[in-house]
Structure formats: structure tokens, C-alpha cells
Design a protein around this ligand. Structure first.
Ligand code: CO
Length: 220
């Protein structure tokens, strides 16, 4: 069953060993990634590939619509392990334009159980109803909700006990909000970078009031 996937795996592993014969042996001792990636499950947004990182370099949590829900033990556990044990220096919330989860929330589609999960995106939409309602074009409104959703989830990361406690201890930890465009394979920085509690409000407010769309600041 699924023979071709095993064959592709073998080829992938051999390809890495050509470049570094010790690669997997070294990795087997420990992982020490500097980044936690919180992204969408969408198959077009593969975390490691997008940022050109190898196994061992990126700790990843993905779910539908890249949500950080305060009671989601799965996401919180990944974050706690990444921050407290692995001591990552950066948490990147990365959304993407064309997110089906965001569109379903925007259209109030009924897809099943997932509607309950996407209710969190609806909450983001309602919070920014005035701004979104002013956008006439449906696809631009969709893009903007994808951006606003990233900003809200980055804010949620900052408000977890995990991140607040780590800042309290003096740990170096920066929270970032990025968005990926499936059509060109490029990341955009939403310019919401928070490194301490005092920066949260100003960074969040500046980001949500900044004009968005696919031309937001190119990643630096
Ligand atoms: Co998505």
C-alpha cells in the first residue's frame, strides 16, 4: 500500500545523506530548533519547505486556519514544549491567502464539525466587521480576513501563560505574524513583531489599522 511514498522517502533520505552522511545520526541525539511555526493545515503551505529549513530546525504545529485557541491543549502543549523545553526564540504565526477555512467562516458555509472550530474565525470577522464591511470586493475582503486572523492569533499567543511567564523569566522570545501567498510562493511580514508585554497593544493596533492586501511589506 502506498508503495510510492516509501520509495520517495528512500530517495529523499539518500539525497540528504549525499550532502551530509552524518545528518540523521546527528539529529537522532537531539533537536534544537529556534522557531515554533503555527500554521494552517493546508497542503499548499508546507512549513519547512517555505522557509528552506531542514529537519531539526523548525518545530511545527498546524491546524485548520492557523488558530491559537486559549483552551486548545494540543496547540498549548506544542507551545509550552517549544518555549519551556526547546527554548525556541521565535514563534511565527503564519496564515495564507486563499485559506479555505477563512472563506468558509466568511461565507458562513456549513461543512460539518469544522464549523465549530471555524467559529473562532467568525469571531475575528465580527470583531473587525467595520473594517471588513468597507471592503467591496469579496476576494479582497477574504484576503484581509486572512491577515486579520493572523494578527488575532499572534495576539492570542502573546496572551498565553506560556509566553507571559517566559517573558517574566527574562527569556528571549519574539512573536511574529506572517502571511504566505500560494500564488507566488512568497511570505509577507504583517509587521506584528512582539518581544515583550509592553509592546503588545501598540504592535497589534498598528497592524490591524495598517492597510493590508497582498502588497503588505515584503518580508525583511
Ligand atoms: Co488555510
Amino acid at each position: 500500500m502506498l508503495r510510492h511514498l516509501f520509495e520517495q522517502n528512500k530517495a529523499w533520505s539518500e539525497n540528504i545523506l549525499v550532502r551530509d552522511p552524518d545528518f540523521f545520526r546527528k539529529l537522532s541525539h537531539q533537536q534544537s530548533p529556534s522557531y515554533l511555526w503555527i500554521g494552517c493545515s493546508d497542503s499548499r503551505v508546507p512549513a519547512n519547505e517555505i522557509v528552506g529549513l531542514l529537519p531539526g530546525e523548525l518545530f511545527v504545529h498546524r491546524n485548520v486556519a492557523n488558530l491559537v485557541v486559549h483552551t486548545d491543549l494540543n496547540c498549548l502543549s506544542a507551545m509550552q514544549f517549544a518555549v519551556d523545553v526547546l527554548k525556541v526564540r521565535h514563534i511565527i504565526v503564519c496564515g495564507h491567502y486563499g485559506c479555505g477555512g477563512v472563506r468558509a467562516a466568511l461565507r458562513d458555509d456549513r461543512l460539518g464539525l469544522v464549523d465549530n472550530w471555524l467559529r473562532h474565525v467568525r469571531d475575528v470577522q465580527q470583531k473587525h466587521e467595520a473594517q471588513l464591511g468597507a471592503i467591496r470586493d469579496e476576494s479582497q475582503r477574504w484576503d484581509r480576513l486572512c491577515e486579520l486572523n493572523v494578527m488575532e492569533q499572534a495576539l492570542n499567543v502573546c496572551q498565553t501563560t506560556i509566553v507571559r511567564d517566559s517573558w517574566q523569566r527574562g527569556q528571549d522570545l519574539a512573536i511574529h505574524g506572517w502571511i504566505y501567498k500560494v500564488q507566488d510562493g512568497l511570505l509577507r511580514d504583517l509587521d506584528i513583531c512582539i518581544t515583550q508585554p509592553g509592546e503588545i497593544t501598540a504592535a497589534y493596533q498598528a497592524a490591524v489599522s495598517r492597510a493590508g492586501g497582498p502588497n503588505v511589506t515584503q518580508s525583511r
